[in-house]
Every structure is written in C-alpha cells, then in structure tokens.
Design a protein around this ligand. Structure first.
Ligand code: HEC
Length: 139
C-alpha cells in the first residue's frame, strides 16, 4: 500500500515540476506584473519594449535592435533600480518605488521582446556574472 502511495506522490511532483519548466501560469503571472510596471513606469521614455516605438529619442530601445540584451541580469537590475552611476545619467532611480520582485518582473517582461539567440547570449553573460560574484546573485 505505502509504496504505491509514494509512487503517486512522486508522479504528482514530476508533473508539477514539468509544468513550472514549461512556461506555465506562474511565469505568465510574472510577465503580466512586468508588463503593468513597464507600461506605468518605463514606456513613456523607452517606448514599446521590443521596438521602442513611441519612446524618447535618447532612451535606448530594449528590443533586439538595442543593446540591453548585452548586459547580465544583475547589472540590468541595477540599471533599472538606478543604483548604477555613470556619466550623463538621465534614467531616473526606482529605489523605493519598485520592489525587488517588480524589478525581476519588468526584466522578464523586457526579455519577452528578445529573440532566442539574444536570450541565449544574455543567459550566458548572466551565468558568468554569477560565477564572478562567487555564486551569489548580485542585485
Ligand atoms: C525619464 C525617462 C526614463 C524612464 C521613465 C525610464 N528610463 Fe530607462 N533609461 C532612460 C535613459 C535616457 C537611458 C540611457 C542611459 C541614461 O541616460 O541614463 C535609460 C537606460 C535604461 C537601461 C539601460 C539600457 C541599455 O540598453 O543599456 C535600462 C535596462 C532601463 N533604462 C530600463 C528602464 C526600466 C525597466 C524603466 C521602468 C521601470 C525605465 N528604464 C524608465 C530613460 C528612462
């Protein structure tokens, strides 16, 4: 009796994990949150996430034509929060305005505008960034 119960619990777990990996509802929820944040706080300058349409001339396009996808996750989150400093910075700071998970979500939303080779490249530079930081995710 007990082994059969164990087996079915195992199967349920496998099915649940497979659902997570397959871009199921929880991922969609994150992208949904990201889309709301993007439209509220970013679109006015950056325009449409993939094309930059409707944005300001000086705000970079996040889509395949831009170079946002050259940056690793940790750096992008710092850029989005505005904690990175660089000359002639005009991007506003979102410290205290966006939560950590909103920053993650808006980044996931931006990534939906990238093509597979860019996603692959950016995943690789993000892995390297993690390795360099000693395995801790930098934020
Ligand atoms: C007031 C206009 C403005 C708003 C609002 C704004 N940005 Fe920016 N952003 C810029 C500008 C301009 C730059 C170019 C760097 C600079 O001038 O600071 C930039 C740079 C960036 C970069 C680096 C891009 C790259 O390709 O290297 C990212 C990522 C970014 N913004 C994301 C966001 C996100 C996400 C939001 C919303 C939460 C947002 N920005 C809101 C104007 C804005």
């Amino acid at each position: 009796m007990a082994p059969i119960l164990g087996l079915s619990v195992g199967l349920v777990l496998i099915v649940a994990l497979a659902a997570c990996g397959g871009g199921a509802s929880s991922d969609d929820d994150v992208v949904e949150v990201g889309s709301t944040v993007y439209q509220r706080d970013c679109m006015i300058c950056h325009g449409e996430a993939r094309t930059g349409e409707g944005g300001l001339a000086n705000a970079p396009v996040h889509g395949p034509e831009g170079h946002t996808w050259h940056h690793p996750d940790g750096q992008l989150k710092e850029l989005i929060l505005g904690v990175l400093d660089y000359p002639q910075k005009t991007m506003p700071s979102f410290v205290g305005k966006l939560t950590d998970s909103e920053v993650d979500a808006v980044l996931e939303y931006i990534k939906t505008g990238w093509d597979p080779p860019q996603l692959e490249y950016q995943a690789e530079v993000s892995r390297r960034e993690l390795e360099l930081s000693g395995g801790e995710e930098s934020r």
